[in-house]
Write a protein that binds this ligand. Sequence first.
Ligand code: SF4
Length: 278
Amino acid sequence: LLFGPVWSRRFGWSLGVNQFPEKLCTYSCPYCQLGSGKVTLQTLRLCDAREFHKELMELKADYDVITFVPKGEPLLDTEIWKCADIAKIVAGKTTVLLTNGSLLFDTEIRFNASRFDIVSLKVDAGSESVWKRVNAPHRDLTFEKVIEGMKLFAHTFEGKLVTETMLIKGINDDEESLKEIAYMIKEIRPSVAFIMVPTRPPMLPVMPGDLKLATKVLTDILGEIVVPISDRSFNSYPKNERSLKEIAKVHPVPKKLFEDVPKECSVVVFEGQEFVRC
Ligand code: SF4
């Protein structure tokens, strides 16, 4: 269940939690670093609280936060809140949830998300047409419903709320799309609005969007809460190959860090650099 700790561009040293056996998501974003997988709205009981507790007790590592960043959309797991509670009580650490927010229209799922200290919502689009291209949602989701759910959550959540926006060239990085994104974020009122471009191999051959223009357009509308992230440093991974393989299940790892690429993993190339995806 646990992997890392790895250096997170947003949260510092982060112990990762991946309770998903395969990629399961409500979206199929072309830029997804996890590769292809099942697009579903079917919730499952995945996080085994007993196992999670055991792994946490046995772990000997230093880290700042525990981040639930499984292979897919974390809120598809209806048991996630139990593991979040254990993380807080047993480890006494800040818990972070990275979600695409698409299921927050459901009351129970909003409750599950509210158990975390920090929640990051994905806001890649401010209009239905861009949303369909940049996030390729499950066919039964509607933009209206997803946005309504995110706003409802944002207005009741008592922890720290942030947003993250992935910029893709030719899809959501033109001035009009950026303005729509900014106004959408304004309604959600996060304390920080991260904007970033892909730095690891995407599922489809998309290109990084215009971070400079996005920083200007979003800052003009949202002010200093906008934080662009362009960091590409990959020098903070653990040395042992078993840990690297666990990370590579959710987070392609530079191939040069492996002595031998595990048989069940594949090598993918992005911007001239080889990565291992497991
Ligand atoms: S980027 Fe996130 S939301 Fe998009 S398909 Fe991948 S896991 Fe799902």
